[in-house]
Every structure is written in C-alpha cells, then in structure tokens.
Design a protein around this ligand. Sequence first.
Ligand code: SF4
Length: 329
Amino acid sequence: MSLPVIQDSSATQEDPLDLMDEIDALKQERDVTILAHFYVDGEIQDIADFTGDSLKLARDATRVTTSGILFAGVHFMGESTKIMNPEKRVLIPDLQAGCSLAESCPPDQLAAFQQQLRDQGRDFHTVAYINTSAAVKSLVDWIVTSGNAREIIDRVPADKEILFVPDQHLGRYLMEVTGRKMILWPGSCMVHEVFSIQDLIRMKKRNPDSIVMAHPECPQNILELTDVIGGTEKMRQYVLQTEQPTTFLVATEGSMIHPLEKAAPQHTYIPVPGIMASSGETCACNRCPHMSLNTLQKVRDCLRNNGPEIEWKDYFATAREVLDRSLLQ
Ligand code: SF4
C-alpha cells in the first residue's frame, strides 16, 4: 500500500508563536476548549487544553464547560465528540482529515455482511474499534479503544461469536490476549501497516538494551519483536513509570514522540521507520497524512470562522447509546 502525499496548499510562513497567541485569544473570545490527539503536530498539542488518546479525549470531552470544542484530530474523532456532546459546537480544523482504517469499513458493506451472517443463523455481537465512522458505530454492539478492548470483550457473553471491525491486526492481537475466537474484518491502518521489520531488527542490534514499544494496530511480525504492546496512553504511562534512562524504539505514529519526551525526558526515543510499498525504500512515512492536515494556521482559521463544524445526524443517537455503554459505564 503506498501512502498518498497530501499537499497542503494553505501552508504559509506565519510565525508559530504569533499563531499560538492568536489561538489563545480566540479560544477565550469564542468560548472554545481545544482537544488534541497525540498524533497531531507537537505545536498543536502544546496549545491544547487536553491531549491524549481516543478514549481519554472522549472522556475529557464530556467534562468540558465551554460552549464549543475544537478537536484537532481526524473526522471520526470529531463525530464521536459531537455524539457525546450534542449540545456543543464541535469544530475540526480540516473536514478532509479522514482515516484509512475507518474508511476500510464502509457502513453499507458492514450492514450487508452482518445480514449475511444472520442469514446463516450465526449468533454474534459486533465489536468495533473506535476508529470507525459514526454510521458504523450505529450498527454495532460495542466500541473499544486499544486501552479498554480487553475489558469490553470480556463483557461479550461467552455463547456469542464476535465480529471485530475494522482492524484485522488489532483483532488478531485481541484474539490472543482474550482467548476469544473472532471473525475479523480485513481493514488496517496505512501508517501502522508499513513499519519496516528489517529496520526494527537492525535498530535492535544497534541498541541491544532498548525496549521496543508498538501499537497493537501493527502487523503480527512487528508485535512479535515488541516488548510493550499498547495504545498511546499505555506507552506514556510505561515511560513515566520507567525511572532509569532507557532507549525506546517506538512503532507508532511519529508525533507520539512529542508527548513521550514531555512525559519522561530522561529517555531516548527512536521512531521505527516505515517502508514505502512503491519503491521498497525506508521512509519517514510513520506520519499519518490525515493527522498532518491539522496545522496551527487551520486551528486559528477554524476558531476565526467558527467552522468547519460537525453537524448532528439522525444515526448519531444510536451511536451514542453504544458509546455510552462502552466508554462511560
Ligand atoms: S494513524 Fe492510522 S488509524 Fe490513526 S488516524 Fe491515521 S490512518 Fe487512521
């Protein structure tokens, strides 16, 4: 799979410090709280009121007291925030910031597959990773994040089959840790799929005392060489609890290095490079091209213009029931 190069035609030479000051003033003026995912640029994380992974931010969003929320992340995260906070204005800096993983599971195809299973007399619950559209969330029984997946899967009655969507790698990993057999949807994340196994082996040889940390969205061959498998919040907690200066080889989106360095600066963090399918060359393609669409300038423009905004859709109400029982109870 090759990674698309997304040109950002709006990029300018505006001074980041001026932009940060302007954002700070606009935030007060517009009564907006800024939430930023760990995968957006470090400078956006620095001006955010809350940073974190999907689960933490979904919970933080319900505690926000301002009338508006700006979510620096990707579209499905903005949708989840709106679903949990229907009365608030939810702004996102770029409506085009999608997610290859969410897009690998279109709602009509999921509904058709569920019907096919029902027609075969299969008795199952559908468990969806949070990286799915709101339309998909409205079709499932449970939503999980990498942080709570095990706990939620334990809540699925033992006599039910599990259809897990959309990430096949996370699903395979969860089958191992929970011992539950699952029907896996064949989706994957374009960023976590391309880590170079050869480079990881080489880096490990050069740094024999290092600890490999990888996101469970990575393929099995990467996870087999990993010491700490976990979502971004688990990685952050792990480095916080490690006192001795240590070298970590990190296989997840490249911007994650920023919160790790902030949380535990005594360590050395080396991002595991990706490999381009088109040429086989090692590249810095561990940056998510969708997350990268978030820029300081777009955050400022979004506050100035009061948009783009996530609009409420009818099916958000059903998705909300699923999110409520999965993430908040
Ligand atoms: S890193 Fe992967 S899963 Fe995360 S937003 Fe980007 S494409 Fe989606």
